[in-house]
Write a protein that binds this ligand. Structure first.
Ligand SMILES: NC(=O)c1ccc[n+]([C@@H]2O[C@H](COP(=O)([O-])OP(=O)(O)OC[C@H]3O[C@@H](n4cnc5c(N)ncnc54)[C@H](O)[C@@H]3O)[C@@H](O)[C@H]2O)c1
Length: 337
């Protein structure tokens, strides 16, 4: 294959971001985008770098030039679109999470395996240079045996209530990135989850039977423990900090800021706020995740975030929800048959 010929499904926040990153990739031809509200996107489309726009994703599947599909529509559509892509033998990049349901996800997994196409799930944080270096040092035993993983992951403000309604809830939509980071950094499966959540940022989120704040305790197969704290609103910006602590030391990843300056004056010392949100903080990782996905297709190598990673993060999210609902710790099955 000389080039990845891409079709993108869904041109919302994340679809537009991937298109914008892919349009400068010499190895990619952006052939088509499908979007329900295509009529409203004509202005954006003109400069998008995509050749055609359609309202019907079937046009993407039936286009014989297109060999790769980027699924960027809402989560409820993902599993069916993955299965369709497998039936048309197209490679798949799918945004997180794969679905809200283990059975659906496993069905999609089987079909992708059978089709023999490449698959990558959108856990972009694995492509962040700091977290990659952290993972490599943990793997090389720079902290010895891992005892505790601590993740602080707080958004600057909650998304629209319309988004929350279809998001699958905080654990499935937001904490899922942290669950993936936990598995990635510790290098061991999560076997038990104990989660407590609350709607204290916005009571309307509570009325939707969702939460906006959570503390989650993880137990790993290798005996390590983890704690994640999430909030949908940190007034000072996007708060993304991680520590891995073990019997040989600790490694800390702090927030990214626009500059590393400290300003000393008569009352206090100031540093920059964290970068505003995921588009700013993880920009580089978004660029690299699709770049490396394209490379794995062209070089016929395994993708960096495989189907199992999507399955496991989703199971941890489901266990966290069950734990929060029941008030009890919940075991996580990591067999995928
Ligand atoms: N990796 C990340 O950090 C990250 C960040 C944001 C969102 N996401 C994921 O990306 C997905 C989309 O989220 P978003 O924030 O871009 O949502 P969004 O609502 O901004 O965009 C989704 C778009 O898909 C379109 N759409 C819906 N059904 C469609 C269909 N059948 N065919 C074509 N288009 C269709 C909608 O009209 C909308 O424009 C979700 O699964 C979400 O979890 C991932």
């Amino acid at each position: 294959m000389e080039k990845v010929v891409a079709g993108v499904i869904g041109a919302g926040r994340i679809g537009k971001l991937h298109i914008n990153n892919l349009k400068t990739n010499q190895n990619v031809r952006l052939k088509m985008v499908s979007e329900l509200f295509a009529d409203d996107l004509q202005e954006w489309f003109k400069d998008s770098g995509v050749e055609e726009i359609t309202k019907d994703y079937q046009d993407i599947f039936e286009d014989e030039d297109i060999n790769t599909v980027f699924i960027c529509s809402p989560t409820s559509t993902h599993a069916d679109l993955i299965k369709l892509a497998a039936s048309y033998k197209k490679h798949v990049f799918c945004e997180k999470p794969i679905s809200f349901n283990d059975e659906e996800t496993l069905e999609a997994y089987e079909q992708i395996k059978e089709a023999g196409v490449k698959f990558q799930v959108g856990f972009n944080r694995r492509f962040d240079k700091n977290f990659q270096e952290m993972q490599s040092r943990v793997e090389n035993r720079k902290v010895g045996d891992v005892h505790v993983l601590k993740i602080t992951s707080r958004d600057p403000k909650p998304p629209h209530l319309d988004y929350i309604e279809t998001s699958g809830g905080l654990f499935m939509d937001m904490s899922i990135h942290d669950f993936d980071m936990a598995r990635y950094l510790v290098g061991s499966e999560v076997v038990e989850v104990y989660a407590k959540g609350a709607a204290i940022v916005n009571p309307e989120i509570g009325e939707m039977e969702d939460i906006d704040t959570a503390v989650i305790t993880l137990t790993f197969d290798n005996g390590a423990l983890g704690v994640i704290d999430n909030s949908r609103e940190a007034v000072y910006g996007y708060d993304q900090r991680i520590e891995v602590f073990g019997n040989g030391g600790a490694i800390v990843a702090d927030n990214e800021t626009a500059t590393n300056l400290k300003y000393y004056h008569s009352n206090t010392v100031e540093i920059d706020q964290p970068l505003h949100f995921f588009l700013e903080r993880y920009n580089e990782s978004f660029i690299r995740e699709t770049q490396e996905f394209v490379d794995s297709i062209l070089n016929d190598t395994e993708t960096k975030v495989v189907f199992k990673d999507g399955i496991m993060a989703q199971r941890i999210a489901m266990a966290a929800k069950q734990s929060n609902d029941s008030g009890k710790p919940v075991k996580v099955n990591h067999e995928i048959g």
